[in-house]
Structures are given as structure tokens and as C-alpha cells.
Design a protein around this ligand. Structure first.
Ligand SMILES: Cc1cc2nc3c(=O)[nH]c(=O)nc-3n(C[C@H](O)[C@H](O)[C@H](O)COP(=O)(O)OP(=O)(O)OC[C@H]3O[C@@H](n4cnc5c(N)ncnc54)[C@H](O)[C@@H]3O)c2cc1C
Length: 363
């Protein structure tokens, strides 16, 4: 696989470049990739040395596993699973720890930002099914850590790996939380989809999970202007069918039990009977504690949770993305060929047409 295909878009190369001659830009598939200004490049090689796809970061074996729910039942509605992500952010806010998480801005760019209020926690909670530009906060995090303060970063495993490679040294003040992830499509596809729905000018907020679970839901200022189930919305269907993820997601090196983060959060699929607490909702969060630092940080978050310790094997067994990357749908190849020419919606319908024709010819 070429480096262009394996690039996860973490942006560590661009942020580390001493000449600032690497820019992260959308390629013809809408994927953020590094573009080098050859004229200013001094061939120092720092970008290659920093890239987590060239030099895999240390991975940690989970030591402790919990099934957990936020004590605040509102989080069971607004978060993706049990609301552990939201509890981590609230703990940081209360204790003056700088925490970074993501949401779509008013132009529907998904970007990481620093959590500064309870409203920011509400914006951050719930899964956004496209790729966030997390590299925008890497330099700020480094400054905080260099000042001897603590910082918490929540993101996909490739983003956590990118941040750690960029930072180079293991800061004691840094806590990384990686998500179990089944792939991220470029955010450009979300904007293309909104445009096809003629909602690009109106859309102020979008959600996939949480309150409007498994529905692609779009708000203008206060009201819902579009809501369609994952089985009928074209973007959502293609996301779950593994047709539109970034190319690197199909061979993700972090879709395994060993993790790049101090803490891992995900959906606790395959949770058996609980012994000490009753089930709070159908969607428990899976929490894996992978380092001593992660364990001691999580002790602070625990008072805001209902939780029970479980066997790590149970947490891993039910979750395919802790074992292998998602299988690439055969439609993906045709989608990628068609997208630059005919655009998002036509590439989706075009790819299924191509596969139907191929199947017919084969028969
Ligand atoms: C693209 C994607 C695919 C996922 N696939 C799986 C899967 O296959 N299996 C599984 O078990 N879990 C998966 N998850 C994780 C899962 O759905 C929940 O995010 C996780 O269970 C935590 O839920 P929570 O209720 O504890 O946290 P919440 O309170 O909902 O907090 C979630 C945190 O994740 C951050 N986040 C949301 N979207 C993104 C994003 N695109 N990039 C970076 N950070 C983000 C939020 O800002 C927030 O801090 C996926 C998440 C994403 C974003």
C-alpha cells in the first residue's frame, strides 16, 4: 500500500514541520492529506520520522475493563453509549484540566476544540461519523504540557497516535482517550450530502447518535429540518456499509485489542449479566484502562458513573473493531472512482448500479 493510501490524515507531519511547508488539504476524494511545498522543504525528514504510519507508536494492552453509565441519565440520551466521554470532559472542566474533543462548526467542518463550558460538553458528546481535524489543536496541547499542566485528548486511535508522535516525549500530564472506531468518511461527504438535500445554507447542527439515535438529523437554528433513519439516509447507509470511509480505515492498524490511548471508550457489545448494579440503559459504554496513568485518572471520573468491573476478554470479544479493521465493501472501489467525476450522491447510486450490472453479467 502506498503512503498516500495508508495516510490517516492525522496531520502530525504538517504540525511538526519546522519550515511550515506542509499543509493539510482535501484531495480529490475529500480526504485531508499533506501537501508539501517543495520549494521551502529543507529535506530534514522530520515529517517521515513523525508519521505514525511509518513508525508505529507504542500500544498498550488493556489492564482493566468496565461496563459504565453516567450517573446523569440525560447523558444516556445525548451521548453515544453510556456517556463516559461526557463524564470525562465534565471531570476536566471541574478540575481545571484542558480537555479537547470535537464538534461540527457552523460551516460543517468537524474540528477539535478546547472544552470551556458545560455547553461545550453537550456539543462534544455523541459520535460524529466523519473525520475531525484534530491536528489543529496539537500545538496548543504541547504548550499546555510544556507549562507543566494537564491535558486530556479524546479522539480516534489514529488521531491519538498522531498526537503522541508529534509530542515525541511521554508527558506525564497528558491523558489520551481513544475511541473504538469503525472508520471515518471525509467530512466533505457530509457537506455534499447536505448540499444535495438543499440544506447546506440552513444546517447549523447535525447528529447521528445520542438523542436522535441512528438518524441523520439536521437542525437550522432551533428546529429539525431533516431526520432520516440509518437504513434510509444515503450517507448513513453508505457509512454503515463501509463504502465511504477513508482508504486507510480499511487496513487500520489500531483495530485491535492493544491500544494507543491511556483509556479506550466504545460500545459494550456482548455484555453479560451484571452482578453489582442493574443495567441502566441498553447502551453501556465499554471502558478499557490501558496504562497506570489511565487507571489513576479514571479513579477521579468514577464518582460520576454507575460501573462494574468486567473481564477484559468480555469487552474485547463482543467488539469486532477490537479485533480487525472493517471489511471494505466492494462498492467502495466504484464509489472512489466515480466521486471525483460525478459527486457524492451520484457516486453512491452509480457504484450500486455498477455492482448490479457486474452481478448480472456474472450470472
Ligand atoms: C466514527 C466513529 C465510529 C465508531 N465506531 C465504533 C464501533 O464500531 N464500535 C464501538 O464499540 N464504538 C464505536 N464508536 C464509539 C462509540 O460509538 C462511542 O463514541 C463511544 O462508545 C463513547 O460513547 P460515550 O457515550 O461514552 O461517549 P460520548 O459522551 O458520546 O462522547 C464521545 C466522545 O467521542 C468524541 N468523538 C465523537 N465523534 C468523533 C470523531 N469523529 N472523531 C473524534 N472524536 C469524536 C466526542 O467529541 C466525545 O468526546 C465510534 C465512534 C466514532 C466517532
Amino acid at each position: 500500500m502506498s503512503i498516500t493510501q495508508s495516510c490517516t490524515g492525522c496531520g502530525a507531519c504538517a504540525v511538526i514541520c519546522p519550515q511550515k511547508c506542509i499543509q493539510m488539504k482535501e484531495n480529490i476524494l475529500g480526504e485531508y492529506t499533506p501537501h508539501i511545498n517543495e520549494a521551502s522543504c529543507v529535506r530534514c525528514g522530520l515529517c517521515k520520522k513523525t508519521c505514525p504510519q511509518n513508525n508505529q507508536p507504542d500500544l498498550y494492552t488493556p489492564q482493566l475493563c468496565y461496563a459504565a453509565w453516567s450517573e446523569n441519565s440525560e447523558d444516556w440520551i445525548f451521548s453515544s453509549s453510556g456517556g463516559v466521554g461526557a463524564c470525562i470532559l465534565r471531570f476536566c472542566l471541574k478540575n481545571g484540566i484542558s480537555a479537547y474533543s470535537c464538534d461540527y462548526d457552523y460551516k460543517i467542518n468537524l474540528r477539535h476544540f478546547r472544552i470551556q463550558s458545560i455547553e461545550d460538553v453537550r456539543r462534544a458528546q455523541s459520535s460524529k461519523y466523519s473525520q475531525s481535524n484534530s491536528f489543529l489543536v496539537f500545538e496548543e496541547i504541547k504548550k499546555i504540557l510544556n507549562a507543566g499542566e494537564q491535558a486530556v485528548f479524546i479522539g480516534t486511535p489514529c488521531q491519538v497516535a498522531g498526537l503522541r508522535k508529534y509530542l515525541k516525549k511521554a508527558y506525564s500530564g497528558l491523558i489520551t482517550v481513544d475511541l473504538v472506531c469503525h472508520g471515518t468518511p471525509p467530512t466533505k461527504y457530509v457537506r455534499d450530502h447536505l448540499s444535495a438535500l438543499r440544506l447546506d445554507k440552513q444546517a447549523k447542527k447535525i447528529r447521528f447518535r445520542g438523542e436522535y439515535d441512528q438518524c441523520f438529523t439536521v437542525w437550522n437554528d432551533d428546529s429539525i429540518v431533516y431526520k432520516e433513519a440509518r437504513t434510509t439516509d444515503s450517507f448513513f447507509k453508505a457509512f454503515y456499509a463501509n463504502e465511504i470511509s477513508r482508504e486507510s480505515c480499511y487496513s487500520c492498524q489500531y483495530a485491535r485489542a492493544d491500544r494507543p490511548g491511556d483509556i479506550t471508550i466504545g460500545d459494550f457489545w456482548g455484555l453479560h449479566d451484571l452482578k453489582t448494579i442493574e443495567r441502566k440503559s441498553e447502551r453501556p459504554s465499554l471502558v478499557l484502562l490501558n496504562t497506570e496513568k489511565g487507571k489513576s485518572f479514571f479513579e477521579g471520573v468514577k464518582p460520576s458513573l454507575f460501573y462494574e468491573e468486567r473481564n477484559c476478554q468480555e469487552g474485547i470479544a463482543g467488539n469486532g473493531r477490537l479485533k480487525r479493521p472493517p471489511g471494505k465493501n466492494r462498492l467502495a472501489k466504484y464509489f472512489r472512482a466515480l466521486y471525483p467525476v460525478v459527486g457524492f450522491e451520484n457516486a453512491l447510486s452509480g457504484s450500486s448500479l455498477v455492482v448490479r450490472v457486474i452481478n448480472k453479467v456474472k450470472k
